[in-house]
Design a protein around this ligand. Sequence first.
Ligand SMILES: C[S@@+](CC[C@H](N)C(=O)[O-])C[C@H]1O[C@@H](n2cnc3c(N)ncnc32)[C@H](O)[C@@H]1O
Length: 194
Amino acid sequence: MGWRVAAERNFLILGHRAHTVPDWKLDDLCGGGGRLDVLVRCVTAAMWVSHGLRRDTDVWLLLQGPPAPPVAVHFCGATVRYLNPDERSTAALVRNGLVKLRDRDSVESSPGVTLHRIDLAELLTRLPPAVLLDEAGNSNVFPELPLTLVLGDDRDPTEEERESLAGAPRICLGDRSLLSSACITLAHHALDGA
Ligand SMILES: C[S@@+](CC[C@H](N)C(=O)[O-])C[C@H]1O[C@@H](n2cnc3c(N)ncnc32)[C@H](O)[C@@H]1O
């Protein structure tokens, strides 16, 4: 499966427990899905404006839960179809992707939705420069686009993940610990005004 990374804005969310096979129900994203609810909320925050999509933005959900991590789910703003603002239908796109991935290395499961078996370190080499959104960050200024903004899910990045991100600037969005999806909205706001 070829790589087409053209987006100016990329959001990469680290799903620490998100399941890597479709062994969960759409009614149980939080429990059985391994906090997939956090991840699909991030997709909505990153991709949607009122009545439309941000075609300059891609989202990468890195699923790292059992039983076969890692799997990256790529939502391509330029080409995605059948994406709706509600979280349940976004989760259904992820679920359908995991069904179609099976034992393959990658698959386009729906227009603009692609799954790859790739880890964080490898993914970072293929994306625009990374910036870590970090409560303990030491800057509030975003570098110039194109960028890959990296966030934790309901948990902060692990030590191993931080090692992969060692060279990335760390941006703090204030002294409160915010939801990942709220951080994405604030980041878009900052970048929209730049
Ligand atoms: C819900 S927070 C992580 C959990 C949080 N550290 C805690 O234990 O309460 C999810 C992610 O959002 C980002 N984040 C949250 N608050 C932030 C802030 N004030 N500045 C920058 N990033 C933030 C970080 O990437 C973080 O890993």
